[in-house]
Every structure is written in structure tokens, then in C-alpha cells.
Design a protein around this ligand. Structure first.
Ligand code: CO8
Length: 267
């Protein structure tokens, strides 16, 4: 797999851990990192031996692993952007962000510290978010004279509702992990020590299910979200039909009836 300057990719037991690593800038997302993320996620999606991706942030320059997940888009890169360059930057980010959202592998953000601006936004592009208890979340963009431009105005409202999204974006308030859990921004909060073990345990549990079925379930949830319920349920029936013609369906149901463990292999 590709060699990266700002990413570390580790693959073990069908789980890819992708660590964003820019210690000097609290893992802020610059263009180079967004390009690398796109390459890494494209490579991961093509691999049948990777079922789940865990996205996390590397240690800061003092080697503290729980300082920052991603402290936003890189402000030193954005400071001189023209309107056209800013738009291009937003569209560049949308490519890997949509990959996290729509790729066939499940994506879990293990949020290990600051998840601000683009950091909160990239966590929201993942399927599932697990936070360490010291993590904090916020969209400080309007305080910098800009708006969340990596999907934040859209994904935050979809995750926590319009009222809470507006409050967070208009006030720039940061919230702690407990509050993020209370409003539904994260799925789980655990101690710092338990963050990666919890993410890996969840990833292993997901990887042990029918991976093709999980990927089709992900597509059904994503595709149906913006559809009217009637068309969404019809779309679900179509995808249900597709899963019913697989090896895994025959094997999964036969194994249940024969009271044995299923050997699910489709992906
Ligand atoms: N960009 C660039 N560098 C950063 C960023 C960032 N987002 N965040 C931190 N850094 C750098 C600091 O400049 C500092 O560098 P140096 O040591 O060379 O001075 C280093 O990381 C360590 O940071 P601090 O010394 O500030 O660490 P503290 O512990 O004092 O503070 C904070 C930590 C509170 C996280 C603080 O660093 C901070 O407020 N960072 C900025 C947070 C922020 O505003 N994030 C949102 C950025 S805007 C954004 O994400 C927009 C996304 C959409 C863009 C769409 C464009 C189209």
C-alpha cells in the first residue's frame, strides 16, 4: 500500500487503522493530507481482506496520544485562499469524506482529543463515532469568519437535529464527550485507555458478520436517508433481494437451522 507523509496505515485481522499524523499541527487537514486520505481509502476499498476502517489521530509533538483527533482544516493553508481556492479545497475534502461515508467497508472514527472544525466534520463522515472521555467537539468556523465547509452544516444537522446544529455552529461552543454522547453526536464514550480496544472490539464484531450484507445494509441506510419513505422501502426490498441470492444467505440460514456456526465469506 502507498507510502504516506501524513498518514499511517496499519492492517491487522481484517481491520485497517488509518492514523492522521501531523504532530506539529494537531493533525490539521491540509491539501496534501486530503489527497493522501483519498489514495489510502481508494486502496482500502479495493481490498477484500479489509472489512472495517478505524480512523484516528496521531500524537502531538509532545507525544501525547490523546491531545488531538483532528484540530480542523489547516488554518495556515486557508489564510490566503481566494474564493475559488476555498471552493476547490472544500470539494477536494468532499471526495475522501464521501468515501468514508459510502465505501463498502464500515468506517469508525476513534476520536482521541480535539475534533474541531474539519475534525468534527471528518468524524461525522464516518459511519460510527467512539470518543475518549477527554475528547471535545465543535465547529469554530464562524469565529474565523468562515462556515463549516467540509460538510459540517449538512452532516451536523442530520446527526443531532437542526436546532442543536445551529446552536453549535452559531456560538462556536465546544462540547465535551459526555455532551456529544447526550445529543447523539457520538455512539459511545470510553476512557482514554479503552478507546482503541473498544474501537477494535466493535470492528471485529462487525467483521465477523456477513461483510457483503453489512455493506449492503450500509448502502440501504445511506441511500434511503434522503428519499421519501415509500421509495426508500422499495429500494430496501431491491437490496434485500440481492442479499437473498448470495452464498452467505444460504450458508447463514442453513447454519442456523443445522445449529452450527456459519462460514460467511461474501464481500
Ligand atoms: N490549523 C493549523 N495549525 C493548527 C491548527 C489548525 N486547525 N490547530 C492547531 N494548530 C497548530 C498551532 O498553530 C500550533 O502550532 P505551533 O506550535 O507551530 O504554534 C500547534 O498546532 C499546537 O496548537 P496550540 O499551541 O494552539 O495548542 P493548544 O493546546 O494551546 O490549543 C487548540 C489547542 C484549542 C485545538 C488550538 O490549537 C486551536 O484552537 N486550534 C484551531 C481550532 C480551529 O479553529 N479549528 C477549525 C479550523 S477551520 C476548519 O476546520 C474549517 C473546515 C472547513 C474548511 C472549508 C474550506 C472550504
Amino acid at each position: 500500500m502507498g507510502n504516506f507523509k501524513n498518514l499511517i496505515l496499519n492492517v491487522e485481522d481484517e481491520i485497517a487503522t488509518l492514523t492522521i499524523s501531523r504532530p506539529a499541527a494537531l493533525n490539521a487537514l491540509n491539501s496534501e493530507t486530503l489527497d493522501e486520505l483519498n489514495v489510502a481509502l481508494t486502496e482500502i476499498e479495493a481490498r477484500d481482506d479489509i472489512k472495517v476502517v478505524i480512523l484516528t489521530g496521531g500524537p502531538d509533538k509532545k507525544d501525547n496520544p490523546f491531545k488531538s483527533f483532528v484540530a480542523g482544516a489547516d488554518i495556515s493553508e486557508m489564510v490566503n485562499f481566494t474564493a475559488a481556492e476555498a471552493r476547490e479545497f472544500g470539494m477536494k475534502a468532499s471526495v475522501p469524506f464521501f468515501k468514508l461515508m459510502n465505501m463498502r467497508q464500515v468506517t469508525i472514527a476513534a476520536v482521541n482529543g480535539f475534533a474541531l472544525g474539519g475534525g468534527c466534520e471528518i468524524a461525522m463522515a464516518c459511519d460510527i463515532r467512539i470518543a475518549s472521555e477527554n475528547a471535545s467537539f465543535g465547529q469554530p468556523e464562524t469565529g474565523l469568519g468562515i462556515i463549516p465547509g467540509f460538510g459540517g452544516t449538512q452532516r451536523l444537522a442530520r446527526l443531532v437535529g437542526m436546532g442543536r446544529a445551529k446552536e453549535l455552529i452559531f456560538t462556536c461552543d465546544s462540547i465535551d464527550a459526555a455532551e456529544a454522547y447526550r445529543i447523539g453526536l457520538v455512539n459511545k464514550v470510553v476512557s482514554t485507555d479503552e478507546l482503541m480496544p473498544t474501537a477494535v472490539a466493535m470492528a471485529k464484531k462487525i467483521a465477523s458478520k456477513g461483510s457483503y450484507a453489512v455493506s449492503i445494509a450500509k448502502a440501504a441506510i445511506n441511500n434511503g436517508y434522503d428519499m421519501d419513505i415509500k421509495n426508500a422501502v422499495e429500494m430496501e426490498a431491491n437490496l434485500f433481494g440481492i442479499t437473498c441470492s448470495t452464498h452467505d444467505k444460504k450458508e447463514g440460514m442453513s447454519a442456523f437451522l443445522e445449529r452450527r456456526a456459519a462460514d460467511l465469506t461474501d464481500f
